[in-house]
Each structure stands twice: as C-alpha cells, then as structure tokens.
Design a protein around this ligand. Structure first.
Ligand SMILES: Nc1ncnc2c1ncn2[C@@H]1O[C@H](COP(=O)(O)OP(=O)(O)O)[C@@H](O)[C@H]1O
Ligand SMILES: [Mg+2]
Length: 371
C-alpha cells in the first residue's frame, strides 16, 4: 500500500493543572517511546487520561465526569491542559480550559470548535480479559473505535441508541396507541440498523486486512486471526429490517423489550479458525488482543495518512518475557509516538534499555526525574 506524504502530529509538551492528582509539571516528550514510570497510585494513568481527553474529547474511563476529574483539593475551579503539538515542521500550541459548565479549546491561542487534528488510541492489556469474555465489551470496543474515525457512524449510533431506549420504554409501558408508535419508531430503528451493520462489516473487512499481518509482525508466529460479525441483519436493507420488526412485534410486546437487533449483535474473534476465547491460552488471548489494537492503529494510519498517539497503560507481567521483548521491538520500529506506563520494575528496566526512549518518573502527581 502506498501512503501519501505523512504528517504525524506528536505531543511535544504537556502541562496539566487541577486534573486529578497532577500537579502542573511540564513534560517534554520525545517523538518515539516515552516511558512513564512510578509506583501505583502516583498518577501515571491520570497523565494518559489527560492526553486522551485533549485529543479525543472524552475520557477512556467509563462513567467519569468533571466532578471526578477536577482535583479534589484544588483551589481553582478549572482544569487547564496546555500542550504543544508538532508535525516535525510546525509547532502548534493547543490548550483546554474546562470548568463545571464549559469546555474551551484554543488552537494557536484562538478559540476552536472542531476536533483537534489527531487522536489517541488507548491500550490497557488488562482489557484483553473483558474483550474475550464479554460480548457487550466487544461491541462497545468496536463501536467506539469505528466512531473515532467515522463521525457519521458515531452520530447514527447515538440516534439508534436513543430510538432503542424509546422503543423499549414503549414496550415496557404499553400505553395507548402502542402499535402506531412502534410502527413509527421502527422506521428509524430499521434505517439506523441497516447503516450501522453495513459500516460494521466494512470496518471488519478493513481490519481483517491488517490483523494477521500485525500479529505476525509483532510476535513472529504463523497464526491467522480474524474478526467476524454475527448479525441476523447481514446484508439486509432498511425495508427488510422494518418488516422483521413488524413480524417480531407481538413477541416483543409480550417480552416487554426488544429481543433482537444490532444492540445484541456479537463480534467473534477467531484464532486459526477457532474461537479465540474458547481455544486460546491466556497468553495467546493477550497477544491477539494487542494485535487487534495495533491493527487498528495501522488502519487508522492508512485511512488518515497519519498515526494516532499510542497510549499504553499499566504494562506488567501479562505476557512472558520474550513476547514483551517482541512488542518492545515492534514499538521501536514504528514511527508513531508512544506513551507507555508501568509500575513493574522488570518491565521498566526493559524499557530503559531502549536507546531512543525517554523516561519520566512520577511521584504524587509530580514529575521527579526524567532522562
Ligand atoms: N479528582 C481527583 N483529585 C485528586 N486526586 C485524584 C482524583 N482522582 C483520582 N485521584 C488520585 O489519583 C491517584 C491514582 O492515579 P493513577 O493515575 O490511577 O495512578 P497510577 O500511577 O497507578 O496509574 C490516586 O491516588 C487517586 O486518589
Ligand atoms: Mg494506572
């Protein structure tokens, strides 16, 4: 695949004030691997969260709000995040001011409404377990990663979820005129379902071009990985989905809930043709999960001709020594910027050996040492 000229935005400077326990230290990151070291509870994840919030406009933590993010001991009622991004040619200041009621973003010191030019991808190796064991976790993971690169998908997904909540409340309440109301809402549900299913297929089609190759590139093992969607609505158009819901109506009324739909569709991850969860060792499941995310990062670059920022949190003993070495070598080889955290001393030592990496030691939300 031929790539157009790449402009990859990298985070050069970061200063975070009043965000969780972070105390305003200035971080000067390198363009390659940046290791954030420090014992548990000192603010490593908070630092990644601040970066993610800056680029993706939301947290990677579930159900977190301003009240949880603002420093509980802070005297000032606003979070300030100041950054400088660079694409190697241009340096641009980008900053955020967040209060209870407003969020202002300044690009080049001018108030900015649109999303910033780059995004972050967040990787927590512990999520591998949830990904392999929970269908709803997989669905959320896929939905949020499609949304990151597809604004329309995100908007339609939000509308779908709203329609589905409404449909379920109608079914639960069963008031007057139920049939007519279902008829009307199903028109929307069918339209959104058709579009989202189609996009999910397209996304998996693209991802599958990268997953196996990425796995082999990182771990040098000859396995074949694939992600598949299991959906009743495969290749169905809006009308067919609408007719299905008409047919399904009395059963749904009886159950008081929408029993079938894309909100329950599952994604199956297979490893050499077998279900990864059922047939893989835990180590293989983690390798498969990491390969999936790095495949996503490759797809992102292919689509936007620029890598996202890669945030890897809390690397510890999930993989054996050799496989972590493989991953570190992969990161070294790639041209994306990585912020990687660990509280694990052995892995920390492994990272310190990387010649071109920068190290940051955090204690109580403060940068105490770097090199
Ligand atoms: N709103 C907040 N104000 C102040 N401290 C916070 C806030 N939210 C979380 N913390 C603190 O942040 C610390 C956890 O930071 P975290 O980044 O998760 O640590 P780790 O280095 O283990 O990744 C905890 O000590 C927690 O009390
Ligand atoms: Mg952490």
């Amino acid at each position: 695949m031929v790539l157009e000229k790449e402009s990859c935005w990298k985070l050069q400077k970061l200063q975070v004030e009043n965000f969780r326990n972070l105390k305003g230290s200035i971080f000067s990151f390198g363009p390659g691997i940046n290791c954030i070291l420090g014992q548990n509870g000192n603010g490593k994840t908070n630092l990644l969260e601040a970066v993610y919030f800056t680029t993706n406009r939301k947290s990677f933590r579930k159900n977190t709000s301003y009240a949880q993010m603002i420093n509980i001991e802070g005297a000032s009622p606003e979070i300030v995040i100041k950054t400088v991004f660079s694409d190697g040619v241009e340096n641009i200041p980008y900053s955020l001011r967040i209060t209870e009621s407003a969020e202002e973003r300044y690009l080049n010191n001018k108030l900015e409404k649109r999303k910033f030019v780059t995004s972050s991808v967040f990787i927590n190796p512990f999520d591998s377990y949830s990904f392999h064991t929970s269908g709803s976790f997989r669905r959320q993971w896929i939905d949020s990663h499609i949304s990151l690169g597809d604004r329309e998908y995100r908007q339609v997904l939000t509308r779908f979820q709203k329609s589905m909540r409404f449909r379920n409340s109608l079914l639960g309440y069963q008031g007057k005129g139920l049939a007519a109301q279902l008829f009307a809402i199903d028109d929307q549900v069918a339209e959104y379902s058709a579009l989202l299913t189609q996009r999910r297929y397209e996304f998996l089609g693209s991802m599958n071009q990268f997953i196996t190759a990425t796995f082999r590139e990182i771990f040098s093992e000859e396995h074949t990985l694939e992600m598949a969607l299991e959906s009743l609505f495969t290749h169905w158009d809006k009308k067919r989905i609408f007719d299905f819901y008409r047919h399904q109506e009395s059963a749904d009324i009886k159950a008081g809930i929408t029993q079938v739909g894309i909100h329950r569709d599952d994604f199956i991850f297979s490893f050499d043709g077998l279900n990864a969860y059922e047939f893989c060792s835990l180590g293989q499941q983690k390798m498969a999960f990491l390969s999936l995310i790095f495949a996503y990062i490759e797809l992102f670059r292919y689509k936007f001709t620029s890598y996202p920022l890669v945030l890897i949190d809390d690397v510890s003993g999930e993989l054996d020594g050799q496989r972590w070495k493989n991953l570190v070598q992969y990161l070294e080889k790639k041209s994306f910027q990585v912020l990687i955290t660990t509280a694990n001393e052995n892995f920390g030592k492994e990272l310190e050996k990387i010649p071109a990496s920068k190290k940051f030691y955090i204690e109580h939300g403060t940068l105490i040492n770097h090199g």
